[in-house]
Design a protein around this ligand. Structure first.
Ligand code: ADP
Ligand code: MG
Length: 323
């Protein structure tokens, strides 16, 4: 049976050349680059709440870091360091050391891609729970905030929305996808891609940004509240997959597209004059960037259907304390 210290030593201690001191002391030490501010964010994934307890550990390791990278992307920050707090059921550690190996593989695979170093954490026995804190850097005063949107700004989203929520709806039998469609949607749920480079490149172009983790309506809603503005978006302009397109007449699918969550795409606003530069950036990065609407004065969010008629909206995105 592995001890806590074996687990840390064997699975979570890796070289950290970008830190002054990594795993093994009472605290890690980091030295921010001159002229940069630190961007810090934490996201917790709870078994049974954010993922099924039997989720492939490699995917869980990947996702636990990806959702945090997405927050760095939304700020335009460069992720540099992370800490990992893990609660592991005793049974899981006893029965299957492969679980930890696969989890660490998923985590460090993505960490390597983004040159993020794991510099510390906490390991305890308990119901499966994965909590990552990420620390990034962004040039002083330049971070993309939720509060910068101005009337007249275009509203943009990256990638396509709703596939992760469709895969989840299928798993929960709220919609019945065909086997090929499940395969097409599952990667969005299990292996989200954080738009880290896009976020950094939006500095100087976007006036506000957020990552879509709780659904477009809820997250765009945060921009509107923080910026004290209103918005109109066009349902038809929102980029979606062929699978989503097929099911869109169904209310479940509309909810997945607008309020599903787990997208980890960026929603940002930018002055119309930046439109050409943003389209160039989209081509350069190979990331679809789509204009879905406009920021207005006032308050509230209106979604127009193909005929230009406002859609009645019930679902507003995921809220842990609302059923
Ligand atoms: P302390 O009791 O002083 O908090 P711990 O025994 O919890 O120290 O941790 C020892 C070292 O291992 C610390 O540097 C801590 O940051 C690191 N650590 C613990 N768990 C993890 C983990 N899951 N991933 C990375 N580092 C970890
Ligand atoms: Mg500790």
């Amino acid at each position: 049976m592995l001890s806590e210290f074996d687990i840390i030593q064997r699975y979570f201690t890796r070289p950290t050349p970008g830190a002054v001191l990594g795993v093994g002391d009472d605290a890690a030490l980091i030295k921010p680059t001159a002229g940069m501010e630190l961007a810090i964010s934490t996201d917790m994934l709870v078994a049974g709440r954010h993922f099924f307890a039997d989720t492939d550990p490699r995917m869980l390791g990947h996702k636990s870091l990806a959702v945090n990278l997405s927050d760095m992307a939304a700020m335009g920050a460069t992720p540099r360091w992370a800490t990992l707090a893990l609660a592991l059921p005793e049974l899981l550690v006893q029965a299957d050391e492969k679980w930890l190996e696969a989890f660490a593989d998923g985590f460090f695979g993505l960490a390597r891609t983004h040159q993020v170093e794991l510099i510390g954490g906490d390991t305890t026995c308990g119901p499966l729970n994965v909590c990552v804190t990420i620390i990034g850097e962004v040039a002083t005063g330049k971070a993309l905030r939720r509060s910068g949107a101005k009337p007249g700004d275009d509203i943009w989203t990256s990638g396509q929305l709703g596939d992760a929520a469709l895969a989840l709806a299928h798993a929960q039998q709220r919609i019945a996808l065909e086997p090929g469609e499940v395969l097409a949607c599952l990667p969005a749920l299990h292996m989200p891609v954080a738009r880290v480079e896009l976020g950094q490149r939006l500095i100087g172009l976007a006036r506000s940004a957020i990552d879509i983790s709780d659904g477009l309506l809820a997250d765009l809603g945060h921009i509107l509240e923080c910026s004290k503005v209103a918005a109109v978006i066009e349902m038809n302009a929102i980029k979606r997959s062929a699978v989503m397109e097929k099911y869109l007449p169904q209310t479940v699918a509309i909810n997945c597209l607008l309020a599903g969550g787990d997208d980890y795409e960026l929603c940002f606003t930018a002055p119309r004059a930046k439109c050409g530069k943003i389209e160039d950036l989209s081509r350069e990065l190979g990331v679809p960037l789509t204009r879905i609407g406009r920021i207005n004065q006032g308050e509230g969010l209106v979604v127009l259907d193909a005929a230009g008629k406002p859609i009645a909206l019930e679902a507003r995105g995921y809220d842990h304390f609302r059923t």
